[in-house]
Design a protein around this ligand. Structure first.
Ligand SMILES: C[S@@+](CC[C@H](N)C(=O)[O-])C[C@H]1O[C@@H](n2cnc3c(N)ncnc32)[C@H](O)[C@@H]1O
Length: 269
């Protein structure tokens, strides 16, 4: 579909981690923060998330599906799954990871035209990318009767000054108000901020151990072979890009001050 763009940060994570998941992990206390354990922690997160799916659910709309790790697990557990994402790079990797066995729609959730209704909409760390009201209205539109929505995502804590950090997330109080307005009731909820937080510390170490040395190497090559381009890039990297990176790379403690990572099981009334 024209207009759909590749999210470069998510592409970077997919290529660097080679994981089938694009969500945070669930870490055990003291677990070493390395690539192998990231995948273990992501599997642990997914098992816990899927334990929220109520008995009787057969059809699942995987809204904001990433590169297919969740869809494969849902399919293996016998659910009838349809997945969607607006990202053409993810579509390619999703088709590889699922072996073409799960239907994929290249679209944002807000623009999704459902050909049928679903028992449950899953939004695993994708809700923050959607328009709050349009996303909840779309859930109403695609759900069967008193259907379910399962959201795992982080939300802005109200009243905290977060100007020094660049992390997304809908306002928690705004979300709770909108839920009520759209006729959803919370059936179950859990604050998993502490269990997911180490993922951020791992991302910082990934940046320091892999990205920084690679950027230095590239800069050295540019300075040697294309000094003019090097001078411009250096100026760019020094100021706006460097600042933006510093603000988006936050550790678990800063994150916990201004965001709540929540699991919500909602039911349409
Ligand atoms: C952090 S990734 C999570 C992917 C996957 N659910 C997982 O748990 O690994 C966010 C996902 O939301 C998707 N997304 C972004 N904007 C969206 C929108 N408007 N509607 C649906 N999905 C969207 C992204 O393309 C990506 O697949």
């Amino acid at each position: 579909m024209p207009g759909n763009k590749v999210n470069l940060l998510l592409k970077y994570y997919t290529e660097v981690t080679r994981s089938k998941h694009l969500h945070f992990g669930f870490w055990e206390p003291g677990e070493e923060l390395d690539m192998k354990n990231l995948r273990v922690a992501q599997d642990r997160y997914l098992r816990h998330l899927l334990s929220y799916i109520p008995a009787g659910v057969k059809t699942v709309l995987d809204a904001g599906c990433g590169v297919g790790g969740n869809a494969v697990e849902l399919k293996n557990r016998g659910y009838d799954v349809v997945s969607l994402s607006p990202d053409p790079y993810q579509e390619k990797v999703f088709r590889e990871n699922t072996g073409g066995k799960v239907q994929f729609c290249l679209t944002g959730f807000e623009d999704f035209r459902a050909e049928r209704r679903f028992d449950l909409v899953l939004m695993s760390e994708s809700f923050q990318y959607m328009d709050l009201t349009a996303g909840l209205k779309k859930c109403r539109e695609v759900l069967n009767g008193r259907g379910w929505v399962l959201i795992s995502d982080f939300f802005k804590v109200d009243g905290v000054d977060d100007r020094e950090v660049h992390i997304s997330g809908h306002s928690l109080s705004g979300f709770l108000k909108e839920l009520e307005a759209e006729g959803f009731k919370i059936a179950r909820q859990e604050d998993v901020t502490d269990r997911t937080g180490p993922t951020l510390n791992f991302m910082i170490s990934l940046f320091n151990d892999y990205a920084i040395p690679s950027i230095r190497m590239l800069a050295y090559a540019m300075e040697t072979y294309i000094p003019f381009v090097y001078k411009i890039s250096r100026r760019l990297f020094r100021s706006p890009i460097k600042k933006a990176l510093e603000k988006s790379l936050v550790d678990d403690k800063t994150f916990a001050k201004c965001r709540r990572y929540m699991f919500y099981l909602l039911q349409l009334q």
